[in-house]
Design a protein around this ligand. Sequence first.
Ligand code: UD1
Length: 372
Amino acid sequence: MKKIISVVGARPNFMKVAPIHKSFLDYKNQIVHKICHTGQHYDEKMSKVFFEELELPEPDFYLGVGSGSHATQTAHIMVEFEKILIKESPDLVIVVGDVNSTIACTLTAAKLNIKTAHVEAGLRSFDRQMPEEINRILTDSIADYLFITEQSGIDNLLKEGIDKNKIHFVGNVMIDSLTKYLVKSDNSEIMNKLNIISKDFVLVTLHRPSNVDFFDQAEKLVNLLNTVALLRKVVFPLHPRTKKNWEDFNLFSKLSKNIIITEPIGYLDFLTLIKNSLLILTDSGGIQEESTFLGVQCITLRTSTERPVTVTIGTNQLLGSDLQLAERTAIEIINGKIKIGKVPKLWDGQSSQRIAKIIVEKLNCNNIEIGN
Ligand code: UD1
């Protein structure tokens, strides 16, 4: 029997680990799969609700690290995760995405000579101002198995000199969750609750430090949203980071009445909002992919994306470096000038099964090698 620990920490991790957990249940005679929650995100609406909706079991380990500066948070996760690894001695640690929990747990495992797998590897924004970019590069440089969502991931890793035998193009596990829960999300009451009509509202999410931590940029974005709100209702579930900064900057008083601000929203309600929206304005990574899969118009308010396939073949447009152009494009989309997109290769709901199969083979191979 082999033991695997998968790590979740922040909101975008839960929908990635849920299908992986389920795929390992097909191998329950060979694999014990455990979940460690670092506690990077801890509010009920940022964490617990996702476990319930994604039918994930309670985490086997909860590190309870909470918020802090990058060094504090990363170090705290490492100290606590090391204790778990020493006690449990797993055969493999799986990390997903690019948050501080991802690099912290990969580094901890690597130093204990425990094998690691990175799901959603190889993505690069080429913007090292983003904390996530540092997390991505470092994680990929030490992980043993690299699971890729799009061709750019392979190209980037090969350019960085990563051994091609470590790289596996498996598709996008987040789309596994999306395809699984899309029908269930039809029961959501969120549209009625917010009094909005399908394809008649604009959905917004903003939480990147570059967009919400500095007054000038935060104010420019509020002005952009106010313009869009002249044409359609705007729905904006507020991330805690954004809420705190907007309070400090006194920006709530400047918001149009046509902008509906909500608390962070659970997975099923959020899927309902994505699929029914006319247009999404976002700086999230995952939402660029979800909108591309669903064929929903998306404007990304960032200067770079680590997910270029959403722009080259999906419905995404990267317009953060010119907010006037972003505003004009939003108006054009609302008036019917849409971008037609396609679904990227292997975003078919089967990615976690591919990952589980590869990992089972790899772990058994190692066994044979040791036996020889
Ligand atoms: C983190 C990830 C980011 C991801 C985002 C998704 C890093 C470096 N960043 O950013 O890649 O896109 O999650 O949401 O890992 N807070 C709460 N409640 C919570 C969690 C956070 O109130 O449950 C507040 C705290 O004030 C905290 C702040 O939000 O200081 C930021 O949280 P943190 O985890 O540091 O980064 P995020 O901005 O959430």
